[in-house]
Design a binder for this molecule. Structure first.
Ligand SMILES: Cc1ncc(COP(=O)(O)O)c(C=O)c1O
Length: 443
């Protein structure tokens, strides 16, 4: 059956809330950085399943470990019994995450539920109710995660009431701010102080939840001075720092975890997406005293820490280490940024190039003075890339999302970058019609 037929059948059975309007893609198989549909079309994947498949699709070593685990034990509810994978994986997560203090781990199934767990842990430990999060952040669609997210109205519309006692503060945006990076950093810290002085007593705040590099807002990298000041402010008021590393984790940014770029040792770290190379698994890793502040069954999920998912996670960690993928992410990321810097000299529409490792955003603008984002150019470029065999998406309206698997071959990377360059030329010369905009809406 063709991809078009599958999509037609899907329309009458699937809730539209699940899918962002990008391309008519029905994946039949995926290996490494290549995805194939039901009509034998092929694309190079520059999205990695939204930073899930950092080790590429179906890495042979990870598949082998999953198959071996399937033969041994498929699952047992972790609320009732342990298994060796849950123990080994907890030890490994404690080893690789930042924080040189005693830590413990708890497991879930998605980044969203792990953020909910982090909120509960922070409230339970501090006995405070208020949570501070950021404008334009994305933390997931469970009620807690949704309540702290602030990037998309359709996520929230008619969903209330959401979790009470959540406050949103601005995330530093060095590119669009009229201020120099240090000034922007100060402006955003002042916003927290203002919040504390007016509507939100700091002694009632349990935690600040931050994406160390904000992802779905279009890859915003905060200045080091901001993180330094945030550390001071939270320490002064006994407020926990929760790092949502669901998107930034597992080598994506050229460090095991993005917090390390900023010498940040969060009290709690939220993990998901790439943790198990596509198997449903999430985790919260944090200071022992916080993790020990809850009682059973407050952290129980029947399907959490599935042994096959845990085996995939253990194998993922081993692959990232054996293949030195953290360094590779860094090296390839620098190469890509260099490539776009050269393109920026030729194409006025490339306003900003930012990110770390293989989490890169290319911000397209109507003109470099106004810095008004151009979502139509982003949509057209992505469509042209789709036609050329590159799976490229955009977010935050106007930002091309460059996030290939960390294992991508140099040949595929080069081909993908050339596809983007050609697509930019085509769009600039008016060779991509406006009709495309009805199809590729993105978000
Ligand atoms: C930073 C961040 N946190 C949480 C989530 C939610 O993860 P999930 O979709 O697994 O619930 C995402 C997903 O995009 C994310 O980028």
């Amino acid at each position: 059956m063709s991809s078009a037929n599958w999509l037609e059948r899907e329309t009458s059975v699937l809730s539209p809330g699940m899918r962002l309007p990008f391309f008519p893609l029905v994946i039949k198989e995926a290996k490494g950085e290549i995805i194939r549909d039901h009509d034998n079309n092929e694309w190079i994947d520059f999205l990695s399943s939204a930073c899930v498949t950092n080790t590429g699709h179906a890495h042979p070593f990870i598949i082998e470990k999953m198959k071996a685990q399937l033969d041994q034990l498929v699952h047992y509810n972790p609320a009732y019994a342990s298994h060796e994978q849950i123990v080994s994986l907890s030890e490994e997560l404690i080893r690789i995450t930042p924080g040189s203090f005693p830590k413990r781990v708890t497991f879930g199934l998605s980044g969203g539920d792990a953020n909910d767990t982090a909120i509960k842990l922070a409230r339970s430990y501090t006995k405070r109710s208020k949570i501070i999060a950021y404008t334009r952040s994305y933390h997931g669609n469970t009620y807690g995660a949704l309540s702290i997210s602030a990037v998309s109205l359709p996520m929230r519309k008619n969903m209330g009431p959401l979790l009470p006692d959540v406050y949103h503060i601005p995330f530093p945006d060095v590119y669009r701010s009229p201020f120099h990076s240090e000034e922007e950093s100060k402006r955003c810290i002042l916003a927290i102080e203002h919040l504390f002085e007016t509507v939100c007593p700091p002694e009632e705040v349990a935690a600040i939840i931050i994406e160390p590099i904000q992802g779905d807002s279009g890859v915003l990298v905060p200045p080091q001075s901001y993180i330094n000041a945030l550390k001071q402010l939270t320490a002064k008021h006994g407020i926990l720092i929760v790092a949502d590393e669901v998107q930034t984790g597992f080598g994506r940014t050229g460090e095991w975890f993005a917090s390390t770029h900023f010498q940040l040792e969060p009290d709690l770290i939220v993990l998901g997406k790439a943790i198990a190379s596509g198997m449903p698994l999430s985790a919260v890793v944090g200071r022992s005293e916080i993790m020990n502040s809850v009682e059973p069954p407050s952290g129980a999920f029947s399907l959490a820490a599935n042994p096959v998912a845990c085996a995939a996670a253990l194998a993922t960690i081993q692959v990232i280490e054996d293949e030195d993928l953290v360094s590779r992410s860094n090296l390839l990321g620098q190469y890509i940024q260099g490539y776009f810097l050269r393109l920026q000299e030729k194409f006025e529409m490339i306003g900003d190039i930012r990110g770390k490792g293989l989490m890169i955003g290319i911000d397209l603008v109507e003109d470099r003075n106004s810095k008004i984002g151009s979502s139509s150019m982003a949509a057209k470029i992505c469509w042209r890339c789709w036609e050329k065999g590159l799976f490229l998406t955009f977010f935050s309206g106007s930002v091309l999302r460059i996030a290939p698997p960390l294992t991508i071959s140099e040949a595929s990377l080069e081909k993908g970058l050339r596809n983007i360059e050609e697509a930019i030329k085509d769009v600039q010369q008016g060779r991509v019609s406006d009709e495309v905009l009805d199809r590729v809406k993105g978000w």
